[in-house]
Every structure is written in structure tokens, then in C-alpha cells.
Design a protein around this ligand. Structure first.
Ligand SMILES: C[S@@+](CC[C@H](N)C(=O)[O-])C[C@H]1O[C@@H](n2cnc3c(N)ncnc32)[C@H](O)[C@@H]1O
Length: 275
């Protein structure tokens, strides 16, 4: 029997990225129609609103974002970038390949009365005009798995940062790739190897806000081991300043929290460009 999670034979990285871009543009209307978007619009109309949790807020305050130029790579609707601007950041630029999600970012920025810049681009193709522009590059919750070539991604992060600039990576822990969506058994039962190398095909949609499936364009998620992530960072000229694995769910796995045999659910990594 064929495995429905396998990509089609001969799928290239470019083909995978094109499929993912179509999938994200398709998902945007589902998020736009969700009550959570209306809540974000209302919340950002309040001066100083932030959607960031305490962990991210504390670490960003320690970094000192005030007046800093900030890039968010894979910014989606820019709710986090807007929150960072509301913490006092200077120039803020959001990069994403989904025009439909960037349009939502523009709506939220207008509601907040903030002048963010938005650039529609595949991440590794960020135009050279943005090279060495930023003090801080932010990536959060559900970015690395969309990158078939992790080293090319971290090379791009390095490219857009000024010398001495820092990356702030706050992500789901890669061990979660082992567990099916919606897994409820405790302890959770894995159905994939941590070491899976083929991209994982998913065609039930990307509406993680409602959790509802729809007849969707197939998208492809790549598993990256924690060692690949660390080596991708270090191998692209970064020095790790802070790294912590956390028992905190920052995605869609609330039932995985507060277990006696606790899995790591997220991590935070801060690294500086150069030595
Ligand atoms: C899960 S979302 C990030 C969510 C965001 N951190 C939040 O919590 O609101 C991932 C984003 O990455 C973007 N993306 C995925 N692959 C990309 C690529 N190769 N180039 C540019 N953007 C990409 C998608 O369009 C999507 O907006």
C-alpha cells in the first residue's frame, strides 16, 4: 500500500516550496474568517498590545528591543512583529511568501497605527538590498519545518543581520514531529521516526486556528533534528548565547503539558552573528 505521507517521486525543493506557497495562500482565507483574527484586530487597536507570551517577552526584554531594527522571517500575519514594535522596536520588516497573509499583516498594522514594512518573497530569496539591515532577526512557532534546506535558511538569517546582530528563534520542539496531530493518549504514542528524512505530505489544510480540515493543496513539512538545527546555526557563523528546551506548548499540543514524563515541547535559541 502507498504511504499517503510520502511526497511524489522527483519532488524538488523548488517544487516543494511552490506547493507550500500555494497551501499557505489557500489557508489565509480560513484564518481571516476566524474569530481570532477579529480579536487580533480589536486588540491591536489598543496601544501597546502584545500577543507574545511571558517567555518570549522576558527574553526579548533582556535582549533590549527598544529602537532596534527587526526582521521577522516567515512573519505570517505579523502579529508577533507588531507586538515587538509595540515593545519599542524601531524599523520592523516582515518577510513571507504568502501575499494573502501579508495583506492580513497590513490590516493588523493599520489597526495598530504602526508603519511596518512587508516584503513578499521566498525566504532564501530575500533581495540583497536587505543584507546587513537588521539588529534582530525573529523566527517563531512553525517556521523551520517549512525549510527543506536548513543551512540555506540560516545563511539567509546571517545575511540580513548586521555584524553582531542576533537571531531570536522560538520554536516547537522537533520531537513533536513524531506524534500525530490531535494525539490524545497519555503518554502520547509516536507514529513517526525522529529521524524521518522524506518530507511529510499533508493535505488536510493549515487551519490550525480552528483545527478544521478542508480539501487542501498538499504541503510538505521537513523534519529537522535538534542537532541539525544547532549545527545549521553554528555552521553559518553564529555563536549561541542562550538555548533552553521548555515544557511549554506554544503550538497546538496543550494536552502534552504538565505530564509526569514530560516531553520537551518548545525551545528558545538566541545566537549572535560573528564571534
Ligand atoms: C506557521 S506560520 C508562522 C506563524 C507565526 N509565527 C505566528 O505564530 O503567527 C509559517 C509562515 O511561514 C511562511 N513560509 C513558509 N515557507 C516559506 C518560505 N520558504 N519562504 C517564505 N515564507 C514561508 C508561510 O507563508 C507562513 O506564513
Amino acid at each position: 500500500m502507498t504511504d499517503p505521507t510520502q511526497p511524489p517521486a522527483g519532488l524538488t525543493d523548488d517544487g516543494l516550496r511552490a506547493a507550500n506557497q500555494a497551501g499557505w495562500n489557500e489557508a489565509a482565507e480560513h484564518h481571516r474568517a476566524h474569530p481570532q483574527f477579529a480579536e487580533l484586530l480589536a486588540n491591536f487597536a489598543r496601544p501597546g498590545f502584545s500577543c507574545l507570551d511571558e517567555v518570549a517577552t522576558t527574553r526579548l526584554k533582556m535582549l533590549g528591543v527598544s529602537g532596534q531594527s527587526v526582521a521577522q522571517l516567515c512573519c505570517n500575519n505579523a502579529r508577533e512583529l507588531l507586538s515587538i514594535r509595540n515593545m519599542g522596536a524601531g524599523r520592523c520588516v516582515g518577510f513571507d511568501f504568502s501575499q494573502a497573509f501579508l495583506d492580513q499583516g497590513r490590516e493588523l498594522a493599520a489597526a495598530a497605527g504602526q508603519d511596518l514594512e512587508f516584503v513578499q518573497t521566498e525566504i532564501t530569496a530575500i533581495p540583497p538590498g536587505y543584507d546587513e539591515n537588521f539588529d534582530l532577526a525573529v523566527m517563531t512557532i512553525g517556521v523551520l519545518g517549512w525549510m527543506p534546506d536548513l543551512s540555506a535558511f540560516f545563511a539567509t538569517v546571517a545575511r540580513v543581520l548586521k555584524p553582531g546582530g542576533r537571531m531570536f528563534l522560538y520554536e516547537d520542539h522537533p520531537i513533536l514531529n513524531m506524534y500525530p496531530d490531535g494525539e490524545q493518549s497519555m503518554p502520547p504514542q509516536p507514529d513517526e521516526s525522529y529521524f524521518r528524512s522524506a518530507p511529510y505530505r499533508e493535505d488536510s489544510g493549515l487551519d490550525y486556528w480552528s483545527g478544521k480540515s478542508y480539501d487542501a493543496q498538499p504541503v510538505y513539512w521537513t523534519f529537522h533534528k535538534m542537532s541539525d538545527i544547532i549545527m545549521g546555526v553554528v555552521g553559518n557563523g553564529f555563536r549561541i548565547e542562550d538555548f533552553e528546551e521548555l515544557p511549554l506548548d506554544i503550538g497546538n499540543r496543550p494536552t502534552f503539558e504538565n505530564q509526569p514524563e514530560q516531553l520537551p515541547l518548545s525551545y528558545i535559541l538566541i545566537a549572535r552573528k560573528g564571534n
